[in-house]
Every structure is written in structure tokens, then in C-alpha cells.
Design a protein around this ligand. Structure first.
Ligand code: SIN
Length: 290
């Protein structure tokens, strides 16, 4: 990899608890030194925003692949919604064309989550590129799970370090049942993967809380009521507005986030407006580990 110091990026912190904007980079033309600097900035800031991009789907795939192999679009409430011929591009949209949804997640709230943590090997990163945005609403929030862990009250932190958590695979962040899954609201019985509740990031070496999503989560080995009470406490700490950054989208924005140390959620918006986003997901190279 090229020497990071050979390119200095124009970086402005978001002003929230996580994230930064990188200016002056055309993501269609990223040389090795610039890529190394972007990668370095991403590990440091966890979420990066690049405004004013003009990417077609192939450009988005090429830039995403610089970070690793790509997943195919996940199975959502209405199956896999991807761009024709490009299964790596997952469409997030409320638009219905000829009676068929072109994407997933509709226009409602997408609750706090990290992507696909219900898998044994969750994706390490996701990129979302804005093609059409509503005039209001549909903002995406990001939280900093390093800071969440570091600021837990000492007693809670000590307990969290010893626990494993089951991440539910029944519902997506829009509250819809994933296609092919038989729904259950018993967190002990629902499908999902078990990961350490406190994970060490394989690249930064920092520790963070790895919560996934609230619904149907279960802290292994605890009585259900104890698990629920402890999760409620942890989620209260994890969703403090001061630890988050809210991004208001413009067409041409590309935002990439690190699923290993952030969570995100989306505000609802008026379903009469169109919101069309193309998303890629980069495969994880390491299972979440303490
Ligand atoms: C997602 O959770 O990946 C979608 C976020 C968004 O629509 O802003």
C-alpha cells in the first residue's frame, strides 16, 4: 500500500460524535496514494462523506472493491432488490414502478442497527450513494460505538465485557420480516449469530460495543427479563444524541461507514417524495472478536 503521508486529504470533522467530510476527491479517479489516505481517514473517523460525486453503478462497484470483496444485496422484506445485472448494488428506495418496488426499506424509519450482524461473518463496511433525495426527512444518523463503550458507567462496562449477544435475523431495520424467515418474538428462539458484546476492531485495535439491533437481541445465558433490562440500559447509552452525527443528504453524496464500530438509523420521510439510493456492502475479513 502507498505511503499515507504522500497524500494529504482535505478533511473536515462532521461536528457530531463521529464522521468527517473529505473534499476535493473524485471517487472515479482514486490513485493508490489517495486510496491509502482515504482508508486511513476511514479507520480514524469511521464514517466518511464525499459530496458532489458523479458515479455510475460501475464506478460505485470499482471504488467499493478497493476495500475488499462485495456482498450481493441482502434479502429484505421484498426479496433482493438490486440493479438489473449488478447484484452487488442493493437499492434502498420507496419508489414503486409499474406496481413493483424498485428497492427496500420503504419510507418509514429504519431503526438503529449495524448491517447484517445476524450473520457469522458480517460485512465490514457499507457505502450509500444518493441518486434522488426527498426535500425533507430521510436523514441518516451514525453513532460512534467506540465512544459508547468508553463512556459506559464502569459497572455496566465490566458486565458487558463478559457477555455474548445474539443478533436477530428475523426483522430488518424497517421492521419488516426478512423473506423466508418464520417470525418469532422470542429472542432466545429467533435465528441469528452470537458475537462478543464488546469487540476489538481488527484494524484500529480499539474496543467498541457491538449491539447490532435492539429487537429480539438476547444476552446469552441470562434470564430473558435480565437480558432485556441490561439491553435497555446499554441501548440508552448507545443512542445518546451527542454521540451521533446526522447526515442530511444531497444528490451526489457518497457516505461510507464502518459496520464494526458504528451503528446507523434513518429518519422517515414523506412517501409521496422519491428517495433512491444505491448501496454496496464490503465483506468482513474477520469474525467479530473480543
Ligand atoms: C441502511 O440502513 O442501510 C439505509 C440507510 C438509509 O436509507 O439512509
Amino acid at each position: 500500500m502507498a505511503d499515507v503521508a504522500s497524500v494529504v486529504l482535505d478533511i473536515t470533522r462532521s461536528g457530531g460524535g463521529v464522521g468527517a467530510e473529505v473534499r476535493g476527491v473524485d471517487l472515479r479517479r482514486v490513485d493508490a496514494a489517495t486510496f491509502a489516505a482515504i482508508h486511513h481517514a476511514w479507520i480514524e473517523h469511521q464514517v466518511l462523506l464525499f459530496r458532489g460525486q458523479s458515479l455510475d453503478d460501475d464506478d460505485l462497484i470499482v471504488f467499493s472493491r478497493r476495500f475488499g470483496g462485495l456482498d450481493h444485496a441482502p434479502i429484505q422484506e421484498n426479496g433482493r432488490r438490486f440493479v438489473e445485472g449488478k447484484p452487488e448494488i442493493y437499492v434502498v428506495s420507496n419508489v414503486i414502478e409499474n406496481g413493483v418496488a424498485i428497492g427496500s426499506l420503504g419510507a418509514g424509519e429504519a431503526v438503529w442497527h449495524t448491517d447484517m450482524s445476524y450473520l457469522e461473518d458480517p460485512p465490514k463496511a457499507s457505502m450509500l450513494y444518493a441518486l434522488e433525495v426527498p426535500p425533507a426527512g430521510g436523514d441518516t444518523w451514525f453513532s460512534n460505538m467506540y465512544t459508547v463503550f468508553e463512556t459506559l458507567p464502569p459497572g455496566l462496562k465490566g458486565r458487558a465485557e463478559k457477555l455474548m449477544i445474539k443478533h436477530d435475523g428475523t426483522y430488518n431495520s424497517g421492521g419488516y420480516v426478512r423473506l423466508g424467515v418464520t417470525p418469532t418474538d422470542d429472542p432466545r428462539a429467533s435465528p441469528g449469530a452470537v458475537h462478543p458484546l464488546v469487540c476489538r476492531h481488527p484494524e484500529s485495535g480499539r474496543r467498541c460495543l457491538y449491539l447490532g439491533r435492539r429487537r429480539n437481541a438476547y444476552l446469552m445465558g441470562l434470564d430473558l427479563s435480565e437480558s432485556e433490562a441490561l439491553l435497555d440500559q446499554l441501548w440508552e447509552c448507545a443512542t445518546k444524541p451527542e454521540l451521533a452525527w446526522t447526515h442530511h443528504w444531497r444528490v451526489g453524496d457518497l457516505v461510507m461507514w464502518d459496520n464494526r464500530c458504528t451503528m446507523h438509523r434513518r429518519d422517515p420521510f414523506d412517501n409521496a417524495s422519491r428517495r433512491v439510493m444505491h448501496r454496496t456492502q464490503i465483506k468482513g475479513e474477520n469474525r467479530p472478536a473480543a
